[in-house]
Design a binder for this molecule. Structure first.
Ligand SMILES: *Cc1c(COP(=O)(O)O)cnc(C)c1O
Length: 367
């Protein structure tokens, strides 16, 4: 049995003829930057997510940067975020001269602990960037309410959660990363909807913000060689847009298969004293990762390796303890839950192509 962690090859195989066709179409037209494929993909994206605007860009990281710049956040501002995530959000906050302010995480969902957010709000706080980790939307309803009370912007980092849903108390169902009216995603190959290189997108409902972000993506250009803002080059390649158009069409089926795989994990790990990410009611994950916690992770890693089962650690070192953030003055022990979870977490293989037999074998080894 040769178990694959993300199985990108199988996805390519499944859609190969359509993808070859899409690539040929772009090469034949010799239009490689933006153009029709990007425009059509953006239409299809906003329709899928239900946002007024979808603005594609060169990566999830540049999407975060565009959302921050577009919101006018910069030097002297503070932005609240989670210390338990990939670095991109905290990094972009710091890159534009703002200060990342970390808040410990919830022990069940591994998301930012909303109960602790208000205590970290100061007169300098401008925004909150929650991360919808492992494909599960963060508690966006609570975060939106806190933000509203303090007049803050919320940028949902949905790099891992594209298309995941949650239904609020009023019964309104929204798709990630569109829970707060401004969110970002990534199309890095290993994300649930991946392209064949780097890609990302910003989603928003505000017309003026959308115009500004569109300009920022091409050097702040309002018209050719007229620069209204200081921006960057953060465009999506036409080739990636053409490939993503094929993959978006099949994405609902891919989500269902990931959810089926997660159900099988639940079945084979049922009644075992093994913590995993808790999925709150009214919320559906797209399972970018299937994460479990083990107080004996070293032993677990050795056992998985001995049985040739691939795994990953997301994430071994909390952000507040990274060397690049030493200047912020955080210390080990500052965020007890985050630090414990970082020591115990492990991601099992997760992709739409895992068989029940493979899942049963993985779980047997884990147990
Ligand atoms: C992958 C990821 C990003 C960055 O996306 P890129 O496309 O790799 O730049 C940002 N945030 C989170 C939570 C991610 O997992």
């Amino acid at each position: 049995m040769k178990i694959d962690f993300a199985n990108l090859a199988k996805a390519h195989e499944e859609y190969q003829s359509e993808i070859d066709e899409a690539i040929k179409r772009v090469l034949g037209r010799a239009c490689f930057i933006m153009g029709e494929e990007v425009a059509l993909f953006e239409e299809e994206l906003k329709h899928f997510i239900g946002s007024k605007h979808a603005i594609t860009c060169s990566s999830g990281t540049s999407a975060i940067l565009l959302a921050l710049l577009g919101s006018g956040i910069g030097r002297g501002d503070e932005v609240i975020t989670t210390p338990f995530s990939f670095i991109a959000a905290a990094e972009m906050i710091a890159l534009i001269g703002a200060k990342p302010v970390f808040v410990d995480i919830d022990p069940d969902t591994f998301h930012i602990d909303t109960a602790q957010i208000p205590a970290h709000i100061t007169p300098k706080t401008k925004a909150i960037i929650p991360v919808s980790l492992f494909g599960l939307p963060a508690d966006m309803e609570t975060i939106n309410a806190i933000a509203k009370a303090h007049n803050l912007i919320v940028i949902e980092d949905g790099a891992q959660s594209f298309g995941a849903t949650s239904t609020n108390q009023a019964g309104v169902c929204k798709k990630s990363p569109h829970h707060s009216g401004l969110g970002v995603t990534s199309f890095f190959p290993a994300k649930p909807l991946g392209c064949y290189g780097d890609g990302g997108a910003v989603f928003c409902d505000d017309d003026r913000l959308a115009d500004k972000i569109r300009a920022l993506r091409i050097h702040g250009q309002s018209r050719r060689y007229q620069h209204a803002h200081i921006g960057i080059n953060a465009r999506l390649d036409s080739l990636q847009a053409a490939i993503l158009r094929v993959k978006l069409k099949h994405y609902p089926a891919q989500i269902s298969r990931r959810q089926k795989v997660a159900k099988l994990y639940e079945k084979y790990l049922a009644n075992k004293p093994l913590a995993r990410q808790k999925i709150p009611k009214n919320t559906q994950s797209v399972y970018a990762q299937y994460a479990i916690l083990s107080p004996h992770r070293d032993k677990l890693e050795k056992n998985l390796t001995a049985h040739h089962i691939p795994y990953a650690i997301h994430y071994p070192k909390p952000l507040h303890l990274q060397d690049c953030f030493a200047y912020l003055g955080y210390q080990a022990g500052d965020f007890e839950v985050c630090e414990r979870v970082a020591k115990q977490i492990l991601s099992l293989p997760m992709n739409p192509y895992l068989s029940e037999e493979e899942i049963a074998f993985i779980c047997e080894c884990v147990i």
